[in-house]
Design a protein around this ligand. Structure first.
Ligand code: FAD
Length: 482
């Protein structure tokens, strides 16, 4: 029975997270979601009914003990909550900001109706609580205890790629005393966390803090160094690395294959976002890399990449004093969009327009070679395809044209192949993803492990980190037996 004077947690309203005002934020790259303060976190945590058999953890790709860390928050044991998170997740401040919780832990929360496509509003805001505890750990310089193992300090491991997968392996191994070197092709580390996800979703001080923690643990970073070009994989092993981890990611854009796609101002989302996020093109000329921005921008796609590109493009239009005119074009309907629900909501609040059930057919340009128009066909939805989503079917004769002096194509990414192409001993599948033993993450090459998007294609940050943890355990086991 409910004690007198207390509110049944099932009836408590979810605590809305504070956000920067949409008119203010959409003309800057400052963080949109401001997070919970202590009072808000306590209130939201008190809604958790501490299920006997918590289904939420089953929705988390790394199996965080969600019930426990939320309970610790309710008791104001923030340090313990942080340590609980860190048992399974090395970067809670990052995941608390970018995890698609509505498809993961919140979707399996007992407050979400069974069979829903994504979490219901009533589901506990686990990700905001994770962010709260993660930021508490960061702001108080907490770390999990270092368990350096003398037996391991003589070994060295090379990590190729410094995205979330590479970062997670670096942390796991360096904490054990293993000498770790991270090779990164770009001039700055972080992978998609730096070049893909804009700072208004993941402020760079959060990412830099995690990277600094890795260097404090002794992990060495070698930037501007492409394995497969500057040095081969076998060369790394021959140089005396005891094991190698490949966290190469999926950084190759896919294109529509339609006429006019080569016109000027038609970008791949990767190029556009890398210019903006990695090279700070939104601050041109203060930063050297420019980016052309159109008056009528069309972004093609329905995932996080499309949302990031649209929201970044609209911001730059506003920063440059242009009238905002950015439209997302998607072949299915909103319900099938794979983007995080919050990103869709934020994009809309900021002024991004959406046109659903539209298939791009042909770009046309002017005499100078710049894109000007996009011809589309209207679509209807057919039976579900292999992705489980209803297939879009273009309707013949339903052509219409939109103004489009800039387009961003965000329809998916493929494996980075610079290394795999020159390493035939490394077995890959038909998508050029690296094939691994799912238990150990070991590849077809002895002592070479892989994880993240290079295994199984475009995924999520937490999934990449989960694979990294698995690989780290296998590497440590192997080194201890060596
Ligand atoms: C725009 C965008 C938005 C996203 N938003 C979200 C989100 O909100 N939430 C979420 O969970 N997921 C999101 N994702 C997916 C998520 O970012 C990825 O699943 C995750 O980053 C994969 O991590 P990774 O370490 O495997 O690869 P990456 O992050 O891609 O990192 C790979 C790194 O390896 C480097 N590299 C590659 N080849 C070599 C080589 N031969 N030598 C040296 N270095 C090399 C690359 O330069 C890169 O830095 C998003 C993806 C994109 C593109």
């Amino acid at each position: 029975m409910q004690p007198e004077g207390t509110v049944n947690p099932m009836k408590k309203e979810p605590v809305r997270v504070r956000e920067e005002d949409s008119s203010k934020r959409s003309a800057s790259f400052c963080e949109v979601v401001l997070g919970y303060n202590e009072a808000e976190a306590l209130k939201e945590a008190s809604r958790c009914i501490q299920c006997k058999d918590p289904s939420c953890s089953r929705g988390c790709p790394v199996g965080i003990d969600i019930k426990k860390f939320i309970y610790q928050i309710t008791r104001k044991e923030y340090k313990l909550a942080y340590l609980t998170l860190r048992e399974k997740n090395d970067f809670p401040s990052i995941c608390g900001r970018v995890c698609p919780a509505e498809y993961q832990c919140r979707k399996t929360c007992v407050f979400t109706k069974k069979g829903s496509a994504f979490a219901s509003e009533q589901a506990i805001n686990i990700h905001f609580l994770e962010r709260f505890a993660g930021d508490y750990g960061k702001n108080n310089d907490l770390d999990i205890p270092i368990k350096k193992n003398e037996k391991l300090s003589k070994y060295k491991v090379a990590i190729v790629g410094s995205g979330p997968a590479g970062m997670a392996v670096a942390g796991e191994l360096a904490r054990q005393g293993i000498r770790v070197t991270m090779y990164e092709g770009l001039h700055k580390p972080g992978g998609v966390l730096r070049y893909g996800i804009p700072p208004f979703r993941l402020p760079r001080d959060i990412l830099d803090f995690e990277l600094d923690s890795l260097s404090k643990l002794g992990a060495r970073l070698v930037p501007n160094y492409i394995i497969g070009k500057a040095k081969g994989l076998q060369e790394l092993l021959d140089e005396g690395y005891d094991a190698v981890f490949l966290g190469l990611g999926a950084g190759i854009p896919t294109f529509l294959g339609i006429k006019g796609e080569n016109l000027c101002n038609v970008y791949s989302a990767n190029e556009f976002l890398a210019r903006v996020n990695l090279m700070s093109a939104f601050k041109f000329p203060e930063f050297h890399t420019p980016v052309n921005i159109g008056k009528s921008i069309v972004v093609i796609g329905g995932g996080n990449t499309a949302m990031d590109a649209a929201r970044a493009a609209l911001r730059i239009q506003k920063i440059r004093g242009m009238a905002p005119d950015t439209t997302v074009l998607y072949r299915r309907t909103e319900i099938e969009m794979p983007a995080r629900r919050l990103e869709i909501e934020h994009a809309r609040e900021e002024g991004v327009k959406f046109r659903f059930l539209s298939s791009p057919e042909e770009f046309s340009g002017d005499e100078t070679g710049f894109v000007k128009k996009l011809r589309c066909l209207e679509c209807k939805l057919g039976e579900p395809d292999s992705s489980g989503r209803r297939r879009p079917i273009a309707i013949p004769g339903s052509d219409y044209e939109v103004d489009c002096d800039m387009a961003v194509i965000a329809i998916g990414l493929l494996a980075n192949q610079v290394l795999t192409r020159v390493t035939p001993e490394l077995a890959t599948d038909k998508y050029s993803d690296v094939i691994v033993n799912k238990e150990t993450m070991e590849t077809s090459m002895k002592n070479v492990y892989a994880g993240g998007d290079i295994v199984g294609g475009e995924g999520t940050v937490i999934e990449a980190m989960g694979m990294a943890k698995k690989a780290s355990r296998a590497i440590i086991k192997y080194l201890l037996q060596k």
